[in-house]
Design a protein around this ligand. Sequence first.
Ligand code: ZN
Length: 136
Amino acid sequence: MPASRAPLPQPTPESQPFFDALKQRRLLIQRCTDCGNAYYYPRPFCPACLSSEVEWEQASGRGTLYSFVINHRAAPGFVAPYIIAVVELDEGPRMMSNLVHVEPDPEMVHCEMPVEIVFDDVDDDFTLPRFRPIDS
Ligand code: ZN
């Protein structure tokens, strides 16, 4: 019997470029060319000024841990414990993701720790963004 697996995102026309770029090891965010606001998640208008003059740009993939929770009650397809993280990218937007390559132990994880992206090839069609601590 196949193991259950975590559900995958369902790309929309607005988010397809984001997922295509992940397969190419690039993290894309959007920026408003009217007011300069950078944002995530993908959408065809700026959440700050509602302008539709927005464009994709490649993010650095670096940021800091804004918040996290260590989940001990796994949803189907997940293996507990694991870390659900909100990462604040250096460009400003916050992304919900997972923190990996670190023990899911509150002694090992703290807010504002520097992190960088890890491209996780979950199957042939999907690469998802996770983050790991940057050794400093
Ligand atoms: Zn704007």
